[in-house]
Ligand binder design. Structure first.
Ligand code: SF4
Ligand code: SF4
Length: 398
């Protein structure tokens, strides 16, 4: 494993971190056995940064069981545990304190190494946290040693990110970055700004929720021709590790093969090595992907639940599938995700209340895209298919 130095405190962070948002599952619950096997293998291979959040269902408890084993072996200090405060659920510092106590209990630890204000929106949201006493409380926890580093995670644009970097003496920050988001979200400009401010930057969504692993055939062929031996994940990671400002890339590894591929890639992590030729390859792959993506949805699900039943991420995934894989695949996915529930989950069920857009970290104009999805996906073939599904599987309400 390779490590990068945290410029704030000279500790070593592994270039590959474990993103704990999507642990392997069995039906409705996390597969604890498989999860612990993956966590154990990652830690043995030198991964020392594990990132979870209060809002990731079951994740803190699952990671906590692994940490309990480390405690028993006297190995807790071998890893850094990162988790996040859902500040939107707080009305006061006391609320934050209660959640923090619950998190420590779930994670089986007395302290959190990296504690983030989760999805901090903008300077106004920061001021709201300050007014509630949360910022003061964070400082007090740090003085007590129960929080070792205070940071924030962010999904907005570059200008808002720079404001947040300047607003408080953070110890670190976490942004979404990959070769598709070089000028969206905080972007490369934001990464460099944080780096210049001396902040270690943790990267989330390096593979855009796996979408940069499952490349369209045309992009895969180009990659195989130009960079034989690189997996799509390594291709993406190398672009990120090329920036010295990147401290650690979080990857949500839920299969042993993925983990091994990512570990192998981490052995080649280097900054400042990409040539102009390889940079143009990223541009070409990006162009292919953009041409085949209708909606820039990562499938994170933060916009859910929709009070009117629209399955927003699935509906967008099916629409994107139609663009990348063709009519039949896209339509099959759309019918499956919209028609097998009691109430319609289709784009046409949207009443445009706008609640979902307030929660989307990608700033997607969900209502507009649902209109577009409805126009493209809910024509005569869809209505005929619905009729057949109802006839054979029974009526659905709504
Ligand atoms: S705008 Fe539409 S999709 Fe979004 S929450 Fe409201 S009804 Fe649901
Ligand atoms: S619409 Fe936004 S919040 Fe919803 S799944 Fe897509 S990216 Fe996530």
């Amino acid at each position: 494993m390779k490590y990068r130095t945290n410029p704030r405190n000279n500790t070593q962070i592994s270039v590959l971190g474990f993103g704990c948002m999507r642990f392997p599952r069995t039906a409705f619950t996390i597969n604890q056995k498989k999860t612990e096997e993956l966590l154990t293998r990652a830690a043995e291979a030198g991964v020392n940064y594990f990132d979870t959040a209060y809002l990731y269902p079951g994740s803190e408890a699952a990671l906590g069981k692994f940490i309990a084993k480390l405690n028993a072996e006297g190995q807790r200090d071998k890893i850094y545990v990162a988790t996040k405060l859902p500040y939107r659920q707080c009305r006061s510092a006391e609320d934050a304190e209660k959640i923090f106590a619950e998190q420590k209990k779930l994670l089986c630890t007395d302290y959190i190494d990296y504690y983030l204000v989760h999805m901090l929106g903008d300077a106004a949201a920061f001021e709201k946290c300050r007014d509630m006493g949360i910022i003061r409380w964070l400082g007090e926890e740090k003085e007590r040693g129960e929080i070792r580093n205070i940071g924030f995670s962010y999904h907005g644009g570059t200008a808002g990110f720079k404001e947040l970097v300047d607003i408080y003496p953070w110890d670190f920050c976490q942004i979404q970055l990959n070769y598709m988001d070089d000028i969206s979200q905080a972007g490369v400009a934001g990464l460099k700004y944080a780096g210049d401010a001396g902040l270690p930057v943790i990267i989330m969504e390096p593979l855009r929720s796996g979408k940069l692993v499952n490349l369209p055939q045309e992009a895969q062929d180009l990659l195989t021709r130009e960079q034989p031996g690189y997996s799509p994940a390594e291709f993406s990671f190398r672009w990120l590790w090329n920036f010295p400002e990147v401290a650690c890339i979080l990857s949500g590894m839920n299969e042993a093969a993925q983990l091994e591929d990512n570990l192998n890639a981490a052995e080649h992590a280097k900054a400042g090595v990409l040539t102009e030729e390889s940079a143009s390859l990223y541009t070409s792959v990006k162009e292919i992907l953009n041409a085949k993506t209708a909606v820039p949805c990562t499938g994170c699900g933060y916009c859910m639940p929709c009070p009117h039943g629209v399955d927003i991420p699935s509906v967008f995934a099916a629409y994107n599938k139609r663009c990348s894989e063709g009519f039949v695949s896209g339509m099959a996915a759309y019918i499956t995700c919209t028609s097998l529930k009691e109430k319609s989950a289709a784009a046409s069920a949207c009443i445009k209340c706008g609640l979902c857009e307030k929660k989307c970290p990608q700033g997607i104009l969900i209502r507009d895209y649902l209109d577009e999805t409805k126009a493209v996906m809910e024509g005569l073939p869809y209505r005929l298919s619905l009729f057949i599904v109802k006839k054979f599987l029974g009526p659905r309400n709504g």
